[in-house]
Design a protein around this ligand. Structure first.
Ligand SMILES: NC(=O)c1ccc[n+]([C@@H]2O[C@H](COP(=O)([O-])OP(=O)(O)OC[C@H]3O[C@@H](n4cnc5c(N)ncnc54)[C@H](OP(=O)(O)O)[C@@H]3O)[C@@H](O)[C@H]2O)c1
Length: 346
């Protein structure tokens, strides 16, 4: 597993981190499906242990993933994973509680305490503001930053993170928040991280960057041959591509092409989708990719990733997934770092 330095934090972590949103299980909020069906806590625990033992030492969770279910799962593992060898991140900001706003300072303070309790730790390595909506004229932001500043000085977290699905929002509010790390949506079909200018800003400031939904919740893997509906409470029911036969056919064709081009890699599709994001988005070597892992098999697969593709490979992968060029095999696998599988077997 390749390692990166997470920008100015100076901390070295695995280039692939574990995403645990799905460990929260199915969930609905005001009619919106915001969780994941099919959660098995025992498999989730085994996935986390397998990932850690395979060299992935960055876990990402949030207070809202199953209202603490995901945090509780991680917190049950300290007899198997040494706390001080894990880079542990959580987030606050998506549950207004009884305060009427996500970023009420009392709520932020209480949520941080709850996260620490459920996670069974007295500090987080990284604590994110989960989104960039701080009310009209960002009026909620100063009080939140004050609360977080006090908590940080008290040793409750080491580094501050700022997250959003929309990179341009992170870019707008970033200079005020001055985060150490940003976490944004990024995959081979959506590179707003670069086009918005956020990548360049991250590079200039020597920040760390963490990308989420690199697999677009699994649909980019090309494993869905038919439109698929999930159980109630699964956010994937709201993602158009899971229902779109044309998109599913394209992703399946991409999978076949990638399997041919990167035939030398044990996990060609996962490697293409994650390795393309490690090829210098703007701050190469200080960017890492989260992969949502639900079971030990997926953890073993993720442990084989972490090498960047060459620039040419990354552009080819982007082009076929965006439908900009035909997903033919594109020639034999070349010898760039991303194509070589150095990992062991199952
Ligand atoms: N900051 C934010 O606002 C934000 C937003 C979204 C996500 N995140 C973070 O980023 C993480 C990852 O993003 P994501 O949850 O959208 O998921 P993702 O990484 O795009 O996709 C993960 C899903 O792909 C499938 N998968 C993974 N490995 C596989 C393998 N080897 N073979 C086949 N299927 C495989 C699994 O689902 P199935 O097995 O069910 O197919 C898995 O749950 C989250 O867990 C969370 O920690 C943060």
């Amino acid at each position: 597993m390749n390692r990166i330095k997470l920008g100015r934090t100076g901390v070295e972590i695995s280039a692939i981190g574990v995403g645990t949103w799905a460990h929260g299980g199915p969930k609905q909020v005001k009619g919106r499906q915001v969780g994941w069906a099919g959660q098995d806590d025992r498999l989730a625990r085994e996935a986390l242990v397998e990932a850690f033992e395979s060299g992935i030492d960055h876990f990402d969770t949030a207070d809202v993933y199953g209202d603490g279910r995901s945090e509780r799962i991680i917190g049950s593992l300290w007899d198997r994973i040494p706390r001080d060898r894990l880079f542990l991140a959580s987030k606050v900001g998506w549950d207004p509680g009884s305060h009427g706003h996500y970023y009420h300072p009392d709520l932020v303070s209480a949520r941080l305490e709850r996260s620490l309790e459920l996670l069974g730790t007295d500090y987080l390595d990284l604590y994110y503001l989960h989104h960039c909506d701080f009310g009209p004229d960002d009026s909620r932001l100063p009080a939140v930053l004050e609360v977080l500043d006090r908590a940080r000085q008290a040793g409750k977290f080491r580094f501050l993170g700022l997250s959003d699905w929309d990179s341009s929002k992170v870019l707008r509010i970033g200079p005020t928040v001055d985060p150490d790390v940003v976490q944004v949506y990024r995959n081979v079909i959506d590179d707003q991280y670069r086009t918005s200018g956020l990548a360049a800003w991250v590079g200039e400031r020597n920040l760390g960057a963490v990308f989420f939904s690199a697999l677009k919740h699994g649909v980019l893997l090309g494993k869905y041959e038919q439109p698929t509906t999930f159980e109630a409470g699964d956010m994937r029911n709201q993602i158009g591509e899971f229902q779109d036969p044309e998109a599913l056919e394209r992703f399946s064709a991409c999978r076949r092409a990638v399997e041919e081009r990167f035939a030398g890699h044990r996990e060609p599709v996962l490697q293409a989708l994650s390795g393309a994001l490690l090829t210098g988005g703007g701050a190469a070597g200080q960017e890492c990719v989260l992969v949502g892992l639900r079971n030990p098999k997926q953890a073993r697969a993720a442990a084989r990733l972490g090498a960047p593709l060459s620039s040419a490979e990354a552009e080819w992968v982007r082009a076929i997934y965006r439908g900009e060029s035909a997903p033919d095999a594109g020639g034999a696998a070349d010898t760039a770092a991303g194509s070589v599988d150095s990992a062991g077997s199952d």
